[in-house]
Design a protein around this ligand. Structure first.
Ligand code: ATP
Ligand code: MG
Length: 387
């Protein structure tokens, strides 16, 4: 396939969320036209694309229109029906491929992929019926029961201590296929972004250290402050292995648990740019969104170079609410007076608790300086300063 040259081609995105919006921004900066397909009348990506096709992901007319008007198509969220990607792949370049996205959509399949790629994941059991439930190894308790499909931001997860709690939790989850994972003692959570081209070229970013609150990413720091070089090297090698084994095309994010005993196990992966990679927009020579554009268009993938220590703070809708009420936006002017601050808002009309409204990147010459300003920013926003 010859590359789709900037200024001549149109790129399509399934999904209209913030990841789609930032993809569209990167694509447009390079001279591509963009079309977003999303069922909602108003969406963050639909608002900035040249065209928004308002249709369901499995709507034949919508998909046909997208295929007709685009030269290549990607997805911005992993729960897009794999069938939509398959349908489009019959007509146009699609990356990542439906088969790779399908692996990421099902935790049981995903874990089998990690194991076949030779990358260890958390000890777990698949539960799809009463026999499997009864056969669960008690060594997996205490654990976390997770629905195999459609989980995100800690949704569809229940922490269980005993076999009785496990049975109850599975009932509460409507007995859908689940994975029980052993609860692991985490020293830290890490992630690695990989971009792979159709020609097999692979590039990676440095390891990202992530702090979650309530199952939602809160803070990412790069360089990872607590991670020794050998753990970083292993994480990057494992991430490359996972991408290679999937023959993946595009940006892939692999999340890891770094355990108290020093072991590294893979948690899950996302077949797209990732929240923990938003720091690349200000701290690296090329952003994860530009790499996604390049991979989709068949352009060369430059090896990313980190030029600034960066801390990313997620800005959830909670920040719009105070004891006095709300919603009122935070004092951006005071925040942006801090050195090295870069604000990204996703254009969402309504602030809600737990809703991702934007993020703040803080860049500096040294990790210590970025960290210090990030603490000031967090204090100003009323966020915890526990990082
Ligand atoms: P995402 O928004 O990343 O897609 P998700 O809903 O798919 O999230 P996970 O990444 O599986 O959820 O889990 C969310 C968080 O819960 C993890 O980042 C981690 O903090 C915690 N967690 C999940 N599984 C385990 C485990 N086996 N042991 C300890 N902590 C865990
Ligand atoms: Mg996760």
């Amino acid at each position: 396939m010859p590359p789709l040259l900037p200024g001549t081609a149109t790129l399509g995105v399934l999904g209209g969320g913030q990841l789609g919006r930032m993809f569209v921004h990167a694509a447009q900066a390079m001279g591509y036209r963009c079309i977003v397909l999303d069922p909602d009348a108003i969406s963050p990506a639909g608002a900035v694309a040249e065209k928004h096709i308002q249709a369901d992901y499995l709507d034949h007319l919508g998909l046909a229109q997208l295929a007709r008007d685009c030269d290549a198509i990607t997805t911005e969220f992993e729960n897009v029906p794999a069938l939509a990607l398959e349908t489009l792949a019959g007509m146009r370049v699609v990356a990542p491929a439906a088969a790779a996205v399908a692996v990421c959509q099902d935790r049981a399949v995903e874990k089998a992929h990690f194991e076949s790629a030779g990358v260890p994941c958390a000890p777990h059991a698949v539960i799809t019926n009463d026999i499997e439930l009864a056969a669960v190894d008690p060594a997996l308790l205490p654990g976390i029961l997770k629905t195999s499909r459609m989980g995100y931001d800690g949704k569809g997860q229940v922490r269980v201590k005993t076999a009785a709690e496990l049975a109850q939790a599975w009932n509460d989850l409507k007995r859908v296929p689940c994975v029980l994972e052993q609860m692991l003692p985490l020293k830290a959570e890490l992630s690695v972004l990989v971009a792979r081209g159709a020609d097999g070229q692979v590039v990676t970013y440095p390891v990202q250290q992530n702090l979650h609150r309530g199952g939602i990413l809160a803070v990412t720091e790069v360089p990872a402050p607590d991670v020794p070089a050998e753990v970083a090297t292993l994480a990057i090698a494992s991430a490359r292995q996972v991408a290679q084994a999937l023959a993946y095309v595009g940006v892939l994010c692999i999340e890891f648990f770094w355990l108290d005993d020093g072991r590294l196990v893979v948690n899950e992966m996302a077949p797209r740019p990732h929240n923990s990679g938003h720091w690349t927009m200000n701290g690296a020579s090329v952003s994860q969104f530009e790499l996604q554009v390049r991979a989709l268009a068949g352009l060369p993938l430059p090896e990313p170079r980190q030029h600034s220590a960066t801390v990313m703070l997620n800005l959830l809708g909670d920040l719009w609410f105070t004891a006095e009420g709300g919603p009122t936006p935070p004092a951006w002017d005071r925040l942006l007076a801090l050195p090295g601050t870069h604000l990204h808002l996703y254009g969402k009309a309504e602030a809600r608790h737990g809703r991702k409204m934007g993020h703040l990147n803080i860049t500096a010459d040294t990790p210590e300086a970025a960290h210090a300003v990030a603490l000031q920013a967090a204090a100003l926003l009323g966020l915890p300063t526990d990082f």
